[in-house]
Design a protein. Structure first.
Length: 172
């Protein structure tokens, strides 16, 4: 898809400008027959949390282009509190990698245990939501943000390579 040369995006936005914290309680309607939250429901919350972060960064309509592998590390019971943290790790011309980390917060102690993590790629669209639109570069400021930025660029290169390999395979 050609990129819309619409309005020029800002020179850059810090990672902190797109950070999102979202809190959910697991209700019976979110659970499987074992009484634990369904993976699909957690994936939905991850997608929403990441979309808000991408939208905050791009300030344009955004769509989910891809979701990397998600591992679920521990079950969460009905009544459990989930905290989702999301931020933009890196940007391309029109796309953004968003990292989301999901925690279960113990109500009694406030301690958080890691439930799942995911990396998602969002694409910024023009106002008509027809064509990809440019995004501002993300500006990592802390050591952690710089590390995530480096790692995200390596994942982006691997994703591009995988897509090229797939297209070559499909063409041949
Ligand atoms: C995502 C979408 C806009 C990309 O359109 P496209 O014609 O492939 O666009 P392009 O080839 O010009 O690529 C645009 C950007 O998307 C990235 N991209 C495209 N497909 C991708 C994929 N599967 N995974 C990761 N990134 C992808 C490209 O790398 C490029 O990034 P860059 O500009 O930062 O280099 C289009 O495929 C789409 O609309 N998909 C449906 C989205 C959707 O409905 N999501 C679910 C509901 S929100």
């Amino acid at each position: 898809m050609p990129v819309t040369p619409s309005k020029t995006p800002a020179a850059g936005r810090p990672v902190s400008a797109s950070k999102v914290e979202m809190t959910e309680i697991v209700f019976p309607n979110d659970a499987n027959p074992l009484g634990n939250v369904m993976g699909g429901r957690v994936m939905q919350w991850i997608d929403i949390c990441a979309a808000i972060a991408a939208g905050r960064h791009a300030r344009t309509p955004v769509v989910t282009a891809s979701v990397d592998k998600i591992d679920f590390h521990r079950p969460v019971r009905v009544g459990g509190v989930l905290i989702l943290l999301a931020s933009v790790n890196a940007t391309g011309s029109t796309s953004m990698e968003v990292g989301v980390k999901v925690f279960n917060e113990d109500r009694a102690t406030g301690n958080r245990s890691h439930v799942a993590s995911a990396y998602l790629t969002f694409v910024s669209l023009d106002p008509d939501t027809r064509m990809p639109a440019p995004v501002s570069p993300v500006l990592p400021e802390t050591d952690d943000e710089r590390r995530r930025h480096r790692e995200a660029l390596a994942r982006r290169a691997a994703r591009l390579q995988a897509r090229q390999d797939k297209e070559r395979g499909a063409g041949g």
